[in-house]
Design a protein around this ligand. Sequence first.
Ligand code: HEM
Length: 294
Amino acid sequence: MNENKTASGCPMHASQREAQGDAQWHGAQMDFSESMSYGDYLALDRILTAQHPLSPNHNELLFIVQHQTSELWMKLMLHEMHAVRANLQSGDLPPAFKMLARVARIMDQLVHAWDVLATMTPPEYTAIRPYLGASSGFQSYQYREIEFILGNKNAALLNVHTTAPEPFAVLDAALRAPSVYDESVKLLSRSGLAINPQRLEADWTQPTQPDESVKAAWLEVYRDPSRYWALYELAEKLVDLETAFRFWRFRHVTTVERIIGFKTGTGGTAGVSYLRKMLDVVLFPELFALRTEL
Ligand code: HEM
């Protein structure tokens, strides 16, 4: 056969000739019978076969992928935030700053991800909704752990996970441990700033309560940044993170309103009105309160 013709007799493009030639492509390795490939390393066989639409609707894959990718990013956020907390405990701040910046950028990315889901229209979602049963992001144990590790504790929400021992244990531990913010407050104290001793021994299972001594300490930091540069940088990194988190909540509720209006959620709450209440959550209260006084 003419080497420039395919079996059907059509002329071959140069690229096809190269691809079918001697299995070479710009020196790339082509044979993975003996070594680990990209797909092996990333377990793509498992990740890319974990989408199981239940409805016959075309748009359900978007819904699933959006949630699964969010969960993957949340996994990374938790990985980073556990390390941030450990670094705050040991006083090793530069790596903590690096990781806090990464977490905030992940959150920013999740904020933009809502643009993709917003292409889902009410009729498209309505076609899927009956297949979702009572499942809802409300039951996302990774999201709940993120909230807990940032200090928005709520023991009642553990009840959602009583049938899943592993997530329950992880969440229970997160509920009882000091948050990233609690560790920041302890660092203020170790840096010589006066903190109410009760705040340093707080019941960690409770959500962060505003404390005057903490506000006064942060104010001192903000009034003399060059003296407290590391704490000042930490504070601004935390504010960055909370700001990104607020945008995420806001985009969630506005996207939800756009898609389901004021219908109740699959998780059983009133829907948009519940999510609007969550917009009032303040993770690091003193860091925002002090701004009025500067
Ligand atoms: C069409 C898309 C979506 C709709 C209609 C929707 C709707 C809702 C509603 C109504 C709630 C309140 C709980 C309930 O009663 O179900 C909720 C909570 C939640 N959703 Fe979504 N959601 C959507 C997409 C997403 C995505 C893509 C994520 C990303 C993981 C997500 C994460 C969450 C989380 C974490 C909560 C709990 C919030 C909290 O308790 O503060 N949702 N969602």
